[in-house]
Write a protein that binds this ligand. Sequence first.
Ligand SMILES: NC(=O)c1ccc[n+]([C@@H]2O[C@H](COP(=O)([O-])OP(=O)(O)OC[C@H]3O[C@@H](n4cnc5c(N)ncnc54)[C@H](O)[C@@H]3O)[C@@H](O)[C@H]2O)c1
Length: 235
Amino acid sequence: MLLEGKTALITGAARGIGRAIALCFAREGCNIAFTDIALTDEVRATEAELLALGVRAKAYASDASDFDDAHTIVNQVVADFGAIDILVNNAGITRDALLLRMSEQQWDDVIRVNLKSAFNYTHAVVPVMMRARKGSIISLASVVGIAGNPAQANYAASKAGIIALMKSTAKELGASASCRHTRRSRTGRPLPRLRHVLLRLRPSPLHRWCHGVESSLSNISSLSDREIVAAYRYS
Ligand SMILES: NC(=O)c1ccc[n+]([C@@H]2O[C@H](COP(=O)([O-])OP(=O)(O)OC[C@H]3O[C@@H](n4cnc5c(N)ncnc54)[C@H](O)[C@@H]3O)[C@@H](O)[C@H]2O)c1
């Protein structure tokens, strides 16, 4: 299995793409620590599904946009699992409105949850990965962070910020960052897009290969588990 014995920490993984990544990684032998805003039935159901795959799994209640909370959770995960090999900054929200109708609250909420969360968890986890001299950080961005989108000035700005955050972090650490995006369908037409940014602390030949593997988690059902995991695989 591609991720046997590794540990991934995924934010906001009770449902949606975060949950799909958690299950996909777990099927490849990865232990999963994941957070969500509260320990709801949905969270417990995801945790049970992960455990049923025979890996270690634990859910943590955490507001990813809270700086201190993020650091507490990372310390707790290291204590519980012994390591964090992969961080997935996934937690995200939308509060769509046309610019002139967008409230300060809508702007602040989206920047705080989407962008500050990625900073919080990256800031907390990098020392752990530096000590281990290896690690991968995946942050869910979006194609609208490149292109912009009507009624999503807050969301697009947060995702553009994530791309810049990851690229800057990579430069500081002497690591490599890559953005991957649209995957072409068999007909040659682009599939619905999800742009995410991958930061690796230890470049590898696989990383170069990954540049050629354009994958889209928004169309996760069209990809095999191995295809997705291979794109993020720890070398
Ligand atoms: N769905 C898409 O088409 C799409 C496209 C591009 C990018 N993305 C990005 O992918 C990520 C996941 O999207 P999704 O569609 O699965 O979203 P979703 O709303 O289905 O799931 C998001 C999860 O994050 C959790 N969450 C929200 N705020 C949180 C916080 N402060 N702390 C911790 N957890 C929190 C939610 O409870 C939920 O479980 C987001 O970052 C999103 O911006 C999604």
